[in-house]
Design a protein around this ligand. Sequence first.
Ligand SMILES: Nc1ncnc2c1ncn2[C@@H]1O[C@H](COP(=O)(O)OP(=O)(O)O)[C@@H](O)[C@H]1O
Ligand SMILES: [Mg+2]
Length: 332
Amino acid sequence: MNFPSTTSANVPILLGSLTFMQETVSTKIYLYQRSHLHEHNNKAPSIDTSFESMPVRGNHLEKWRVLRTIGEGAQGRCKLVERKSDGELAVRKQVDWYTKINSSPLEAIILNDVLPPSRRVVKLITFWFTPSPRNDDYLIELFEYCRGGDLEHAVTQYGRLSEDFIWHCFIQIAEALDVVHNAGSQLVVHRDVKPDNIFLEQKYRHAAPWPNLKLGDFGAATLKPHTEAMLMRCWQGPELPHHSTAGDIWGLGAIIHWMGHRRPPITPRPARFSQKEWESQPAARRPTLLPKSYSLELNDCMMECLRWDPRDRISSHELVKRLKRDRHGKRR
Ligand SMILES: Nc1ncnc2c1ncn2[C@@H]1O[C@H](COP(=O)(O)OP(=O)(O)O)[C@@H](O)[C@H]1O
Ligand SMILES: [Mg+2]
């Protein structure tokens, strides 16, 4: 998918299922040098190096009515919005300072241009820039709305989660990581795999059929295969602050651990540490087997993701194959 065209005013752009009328091009047009992308990636670049137009700086906001803020702890940045013309729902994310983590609006670039469309990855409908009181412009992104919210909030009020639901989540998140790691024009590392960044297409009802899941929040994603980052420590592997695709796999193992135990694989904090300090210690990580009511296969697959040495961890591609094979041959 290419960036929306900025050359003609008032041209409808078809992105996903929604049609947008582009703003009159009266304001500055952003030109973005795509070769800039290559700074982010040690892998051979596969995106062309020509100039690409970024969306016009403008204001699509007037076409959308804000219904409410969604997402706890999101600092009010994600709003559920409704298109005035036809009631279509979407999520509007305002990134106040998109250069904070990456030097470019990388979340939008990755979703719009690097990754192929996939049912396992949240769909970016469009994005644009709008002036902020500070030096940087705001990056405004419009996403498809996943009606079931995020995984953390969807299952919080329920007790034991069924083994079948955990397999379902395990496979679908592994598929998402396989897309992110292997299907793009460049390798992408998500770096923030955790329950509140997994979105449910439909509402969770504690019984099958299970909702489809999508990986969202690429705000910390990178095109560099190896980086150092302290993000949400309790979902990061013992190699922290180092992060790679294997770190994303640890995050998935930690989600499965959390689904079975209701806590990530972090042991209780000794009194001499603050929680933050403790979660930064590799030694705080101690994955434990799931309660006995869950199968050995589920445990084995989870432990493949939680191997101490990132070099020993299973890849997302192998994991998808293994999960599909093992789901139905369960031993107790
Ligand atoms: N497309 C979406 N559909 C449903 N809920 C969403 C969507 N995008 C974001 N949210 C909600 O908003 C929260 C914050 O969004 P996210 O993209 O994770 O940004 P950040 O964590 O950087 O604030 C998510 O955890 C989720 O609860
Ligand atoms: Mg998030």
